[in-house]
Ligand binder design. Structure first.
Ligand SMILES: Nc1ncnc2c1ncn2[C@@H]1O[C@H](COP(=O)(O)OP(=O)(O)OP(=O)(O)O)[C@@H](O)[C@H]1O
Ligand SMILES: [Mg+2]
Length: 375
């Protein structure tokens, strides 16, 4: 079999600043044309990783390869990668045309030669009519497009984007996410996209690398990350999740029974080595929790809770109920249409399937700490 040539490869990268380990033992391979995101809470090492790939920072240990070539100690200008920063970094005194010409000028390209390239790239980002304007005469989204054009006009091997939509309001952000995806398809360039917004990462990426405290927790497709989170942290950081603390009661092949607040729960999936008696955390997505109507005997919902409604939140399309039973608090999402609305204090029977439950061996910090990082 022919060995696959990766566009970007990190091998055991470590970066320390004094006593602080900003990035630890980081390894991944990115294919040509992939949209690869680095996702994680503030301070987890996303920007540091990006800066090492672009050559703005040297790793303390490990190696970086671009198209198979070891570039670990090569300067930025020899790497053929471009970076887009959150604040765009356009030159305020230059008009749009000159801003986009700038990287080509640095390469000693004549205006004559550069001109068609500049027009092509400005058309691509839909800013062809803005050549004469100064950056301050543009909106945030327009400036972001120019920053993109300037980074792409060089035809880089890879484009590194550090929270490029962070300064935009919500609507513009969603719009620019689509623009970015479309542009990436058109130019066929590898994108590494840094964000701490899990929704953005899920909707845009081919693969996501989830980081925390400088460590990689999981690398996978959005589907893998969402449906099979590799650690308790990923489970809490991506999407909405209910966590319950308990103790493993029985462990067998393919099934763990957990005791929590006087009840037993069955899970079909377990992560880590779990033995009977171990403290564990188990989790289920709120949209996988169902209301069991009186007298309903649906055997699929093997895990059942009989509790009282603690909170009701109307969210437009659906209701979020929080049900409390003993020490357990669980949220569930129910479509608003056609449901009978229940109120705080009502009793509610809820159930969820064993295949929707994942058990993690207790990471020694409480299940609910993980949720604080989310959102
Ligand atoms: N030049 C530096 N000197 C010392 N510490 C640094 C330096 N740059 C980054 N750090 C530290 O390294 C860690 C990782 O920082 P980094 O900027 O990579 O985080 P990040 O994931 O990009 O966070 P954010 O989402 O807030 O941008 C942080 O604890 C940060 O304080
Ligand atoms: Mg950062």
């Amino acid at each position: 079999m022919e060995e696959e040539n990766f566009e970007i490869e990190l091998q055991n990268i470590r970066k320390v600043y004094g006593d602080l380990i900003a990035v630890d033992n980081s390894s991944f391979k990115i294919r040509h044309g992939e949209f690869f995101s680095l996702l994680g809470p503030s301070g987890c090492g996303k920007t540091t990783t990006l800066r090492m790939i672009s050559g703005l920072e040297e790793p303390s240990e490990g190696n970086i390869f671009l198209a198979g070539e070891d570039v670990t100690y090569k300067p930025t200008y020899q790497r053929n990668v471009s970076t887009v920063f959150q604040d765009y970094a356009l030159f305020p005194h230059m008009n749009i045309y000159e801003n986009v010409y700038f990287p080509l000028k640095m390469k000693k390209m004549s205006r004559r030669e550069a001109d068609p390239m500049i027009h092509q790239i400005l058309d691509l980002v839909n800013m062809g009519n803005f050549e004469k304007r100064l950056p301050q005469q543009l909106s945030g989204g327009q400036r972001q497009r120019i920053a993109l054009a300037r980074s792409l006009v060089n035809k880089p091997r890879a484009l590194l984007l550090d929270e490029p939509l962070g300064a935009l309001d919500f609507k513009l952000r969603i719009q620019m996410q689509k623009v970015l995806k479309d542009i990436q398809k058109d130019v066929d360039i590898t994108f590494i996209y840094v964000t701490h917004d899990q929704t953005e990462a899920i909707t845009m990426s081919d693969r996501i690398c989830v980081m925390k405290d400088g460590m990689i927790h999981q690398i996978g497709t959005p589907d893998e990350i969402y449906n099979s989170p590799a650690t308790q942290f990923v489970a809490g950081f991506i999407g909405d999740m209910d966590f319950i603390e308990g103790r493993a009661d029985q462990v067998s092949d393919g099934e763990v029974v957990v005791a929590a607040s006087g009840s037993k729960f069955v899970a079909c999936r377990a992560v880590g080595a779990i033995r009977p008696g171990d403290p564990v955390c188990f989790c289920v997505r709120p949209e996988k929790v169902h209301i069991l109507e009186d007298g309903e005997e649906d055997g699929r919902y093997i895990n059942r809770i009989n509790g009282k409604i603690l909170r009701v939140v109307f969210r437009g399309n659906d209701f979020e109920y929080t049900v409390k039973a003993g020490d357990i608090e669980i949220r569930l999402i129910v479509p608003a249409s056609g449901t009978f609305v229940r109120v705080v204090g009502d009793t509610m029977k809820i159930g969820f399937k064993s295949e929707d439950v994942i058990v993690y061996s207790y990471e020694g910090q409480g299940c609910h700490d993980e949720q604080k990082h989310a959102g």
